[in-house]
Every structure is written in structure tokens, then in C-alpha cells.
Design a protein around this ligand. Structure first.
Ligand SMILES: [Zn+2]
Length: 358
């Protein structure tokens, strides 16, 4: 288990161009209206129609239909309860699948990968983040083991780790790997689902780039890392995987297919238990996020004595800081710091805390 654990939220991909959870639907709506997602337009349309229907019914209820996470939760609940406002023949499953298409297409369009000397590089500041992880593992004194927990579906961190020969190791099976554990708690755009055995099938970037190349792009261009668009070439049980990425809504919901991602969650809780240093970057701990609160409580309580839990977030209104202070409680207060800076500044700041070997 790692002694330095990083937790990344949507804010970590902000500099690279990805939307936050709160403006995700606005960005998606704009892509759709300006015809930038032509091949996925029907999916976008059915998501916005479904939101419209929910709005009509739930105008009095406390349902934040502007936030992609609460919409995802609402769609899943509607499917499970078999109750969707409006049409009786409305398929909750179809609209949930459409939402996954919308999420993946929006991230693919917005988080762009610059091209340098015929190779794509990870969006900023992920290359610097991967260098930091490499530094902690090899040059810091003492050398540190690291793990990354992320709520993000996108491939920014994945690609940076891959390009730095740091894995990543998704820890979906029990196999031991040299790579940095990248625990994608809400799934990933390069994970498929086997259409026969329903297992989650990660398409590691190492394997992906053996078949696909972006070398035709010139240096002034940017690339969309469109792994899931190639899912027809990914097989399991001698069959193509389903044409949708494995994305999990941010709720605890045992009755759902989330069982399949349980190993990742268990590993994440264990990493939190054993961590000495926790750095939380670009995650603002929404009031409604019971998932993280529970994971934190189960993971950290009773584990290794924490030396640090630092939160990096550009929010200066102190709302985010307050929420974290409440979560952490008086016990860990002495080790808690809130630093109101974005991800790229956090990288150099953290590096200074771990001196190099002489
Ligand atoms: Zn299978």
C-alpha cells in the first residue's frame, strides 16, 4: 500500500479543458446546439428531453438538474424504480445509456491532447503530475510509494502515467503490477463491459497504442483520445464488448452493476487506511456526495496516523474549506491544510515537501 495518496476530482482536468460537474450539462448543451457532436446528437437530445420531463415533475423537489452527477443519479433511480415521469413506455435504461454517451462524447471533445513531435502528450498539468509521482517513487528521500484515487472518467491522468511508464494499474484484478495504482472510482472512458460475462474490460493504453496511432497529426493540432469509439475492436469471451464505456453514477447503490467495481473501491479504502499523506486536488466535496464521505470515514478511521491531509482547490469563498473541516473533524485538524490554488501550483508545492536524496 502507498504512503502518499492523491485524490483527484473534476477540477484536476479543468485546465485541460474538461467541464466541472456543475457546468458539464451547459458545456454538453453547447456542443450539441453548435453541431459539434453530430454523430451522437440523438443521445444528447434524449438526455435533454428526459431532464426536461424530470424538471416538469420535480419542480418542487430538491433535485439539482443542472448538475451532471445528480442527473446521473436521478436517471439510475428512475430505471431501478421503473418510474420515469411522462411516458409509460419510456426506457430508463435507454436514457441512462444516452447519458453515458453524452458524458463520454463531451469529455472527448473538451479534454484535448496536444501533439508534440508526432506524439500526443497529456493535457496540462497531468505531465507535471506524472513527473511528481515518478520523483516521489525514485528520487525523494525516503522513496515513497504512491497511489491515485480519482472520480474522473477522462483519460488525462491515465495517459500521463502511461507516457511516463508508470502503468497505470487499474487494480481491477488481483494481479501485482509495477505501475502506479490509478483507482477510478466512477469507472473510465476506456473500460468496456463484456457483452457475454458482464465483466469490466479495461483497455489499457499500452494495448490500445499497439493498434492505434495518432502519428498522422501535426504539431499544431490537438487530438481527441477516442478509445471508446474503437470499442468494436475490443473483445472478451470471443465477443465485442458493449459499445458504451463503463461509467458509474456517484451513488452507493448495491442493487446495481456497481458490484463489478467493488474491488476498486475496496482497494481505495485500503489505500486511505494506510496513507500517511493525503493530497486532495480539484475535488470540492459536494454536500450530497455520500460516496466520498463514507469512503473517507471507512478508510481513514482507525488506520495509520495521518501526517497530512491537504486540500488544493482554487475556491477562495471558504465554502469548500468549511465542508472539508467538518468532514475531517477535530482529530485530524492539526494535520489539515486548505490551500486555495489550482492543480498546477499544487504540484511544485507538494514536491517541496518531499526533499530529494543527496
Ligand atoms: Zn467476458
Amino acid at each position: 500500500m502507498a504512503d502518499v495518496v492523491f485524490i483527484l476530482g473534476a477540477g484536476a482536468s479543468r485546465q485541460g479543458g474538461a467541464p466541472l460537474m456543475s457546468d458539464f450539462l451547459d458545456v454538453a448543451d453547447n456542443l450539441w446546439r453548435t453541431n459539434q457532436v453530430r454523430e451522437k446528437a440523438d443521445f444528447f437530445k434524449s438526455v435533454f428531453e428526459a431532464i426536461g420531463r424530470m424538471q416538469a415533475v420535480h419542480s418542487k423537489a430538491q433535485l439539482d438538474l443542472k448538475n451532471i452527477e445528480s442527473v446521473f443519479n436521478a436517471f439510475v433511480m428512475a430505471r431501478i424504480l421503473n418510474k420515469f415521469p411522462g411516458d409509460t413506455d419510456f426506457s430508463g435504461e435507454a436514457v441512462e445509456d444516452a447519458l453515458k454517451q453524452l458524458i463520454a462524447a463531451t469529455l472527448q471533445k473538451t479534454l484535448l491532447f496536444p501533439v508534440q513531435h508526432g506524439n500526443i502528450i497529456a493535457p496540462k498539468p497531468y505531465p507535471g503530475f506524472a513527473s511528481l509521482l515518478d520523483y516521489l517513487r525514485r528520487e525523494a528521500h525516503p522513496q515513497r510509494s504512491v497511489a491515485v484515487l480519482t472520480f474522473n472518467y477522462d483519460l488525462g491522468a491515465d495517459y500521463a502515467l502511461y507516457a511516463n511508464r508508470l502503468g497505470p494499474d487499474y487494480c481491477l484484478d488481483g494481479a501485482v503490477s509495477e505501475g502506479v495504482p490509478l483507482l477510478k472510482l466512477h469507472g473510465s472512458m476506456n473500460w468496456g463491459v463484456c457483452s457475454k460475462c458482464s465483466e469490466v474490460v479495461p483497455w489499457g493504453l499500452n494495448a490500445f497504442f499497439k493498434t492505434f496511432s495518432y502519428r498522422h497529426l501535426s504539431d499544431s493540432e490537438t487530438a481527441q483520445l477516442d478509445v471508446w469509439s474503437q470499442f468494436e475492436h475490443l473483445t472478451h469471451c470471443d465477443a465485442k464488448v458493449a459499445p458504451l464505456p463503463f461509467l458509474v453514477p456517484p451513488t452507493w447503490n448495491k442493487s446495481d452493476q456497481q458490484e463489478t467495481i467493488r474491488v476498486v473501491w475496496q482497494r481505495a479504502a485500503k489505500e486511505l487506511t494506510d496513507a500517511e499523506h493525503i493530497f486532495i486536488i480539484g475535488y470540492s466535496l459536494p454536500e450530497t456526495d455520500a460516496f466520498f464521505r463514507t469512503l473517507y470515514a471507512l478508510g481513514v478511521v482507525g488506520g495509520m496516523p495521518l501526517k497530512r491531509i491537504w486540500v488544493y482547490n482554487p475556491d477562495r469563498s471558504d465554502n469548500v474549506e468549511k465542508r472539508f473541516r467538518q468532514l475531517i473533524g477535530p482529530g485530524a485538524e492539526a494535520r489539515f491544510r486548505y490551500i486555495a490554488t489550482p492543480f498546477n501550483d499544487a504540484i511544485s508545492d507538494i514536491k517541496r515537501e518531499f526533499p530529494a536524496r543527496r
